[in-house]
Write a protein that binds this ligand. Structure first.
Ligand code: ATP
Length: 260
């Protein structure tokens, strides 16, 4: 459903953040994008959702298609209208607005009152706490609740594909587990998810397929279960001392791509 082909992104004249990066996401399931700080994960999300120029970036090569239609260079609102919705890193909720108003602000694709009511029902079923706190200001919620609100707001426009940028960032382990279960439920309800995470253990446990990015390119790609079992990934991203040294260029067990 989503195809990123040979995408190169630059900030200013000299900073190449993505360098011929390619990946694809099917119409259902969870695809994870892993990688350490500065690997280019957020830049990839910005490029897909069309907000690069707000951050001083631009697509310098390649293209992105959604259901066969090119979305590179399209207006962000058009991209949302086509069914791709991003939940940005750092749970950017509207702190001074109520929980209810934050959700309403996300309902940009809901054409009628009944569609919006359905979306509320879905979000409240996934996150009962948001129904309980509907009249509270979002800034008073805990970090985990704000993350739920940010995801809920994204779901209000009933996306076909949800882009989640580091939903586990700064959350306690129990809340990370909870967010993982929610992502699994969202996927079971038929919404495809592209999940960017530094928490490789969490992401690989819920994803079907995963890409590992390094320095703006895809370094590894494979089934999430295979990557989780690979010595290479265990050593580099899961902190498993039984894996090989991080400097090795040997192949992991079942990786379909390895670019040293
Ligand atoms: P993190 O997990 O820390 O968010 P990331 O994998 O998401 O990292 P990006 O934020 O996409 O990585 O950054 C990729 C590269 O682009 C980094 O070298 C970063 O410093 C640079 N970069 C990101 N945003 C900008 C910007 N607005 N202007 C200039 N350079 C940027």
């Amino acid at each position: 459903m989503l195809e990123v082909t040979d995408l190169t992104v630059r900030y200013g004249p000299h900073m190449t953040a993505l360098d011929h990066c390619s990946l694809s996401c099917p119409a259902s399931g969870v695809v994870a994008v892993l990688g350490s700080n500065g690997a280019g994960k957020t830049t990839l999300m910005r490029a897909i959702s069309g907000v690069l120029d707000h951050h001083g970036g631009r697509v310098a090569g390649g293209r992105i298609t959604f259901r066969g239609e090119t979305i590179t260079g399209r207006d962000p609102a058009w991209i949302v209208g086509s069914g791709v919705v991003q939940v940005p890193e750092g749970r950017r909720v509207f702190a001074g607005m109520t929980v209810e108003d934050n959700l309403r602000a996300g309902a940009v694709r809901a054409g009628s009152r009944s569609v919006r009511a359905q979306a509320y029902d879905r979000v409240h079923a996934l996150f009962p706490v948001l129904a309980e706190r509907r009249d509270q200001r979002a800034g008073l919620l805990s970090g985990g609740e704000q993350q739920m609100l940010a995801i809920g707001r994204g779901l209000m426009s009933e996306p076909d594909m949800l882009l989640l940028d580091e939903p586990s960032l700064g959350l306690a382990p129990k809340m990370v587990e909870h967010i993982g279960r929610v992502v699994t439920e969202i996927r079971a309800q038929g919404t495809a998810v592209l999940l960017v995470e530094q928490n490789a253990a969490m992401a690989l446990s819920i994803a079907d397929h995963a890409y590992v990015m390094e320095a703006g390119t895809v370094a590894l790609e494979g089934d999430a279960a295979d990557l989780e079992a690979s010595d290479e990934v265990r050593a580099r991203y899961l902190g498993d001392p039984r894996g090989p040294e991080p400097t090795t260029t040997g192949r992991g067990r079942s990786l379909s791509v390895w670019v040293p």
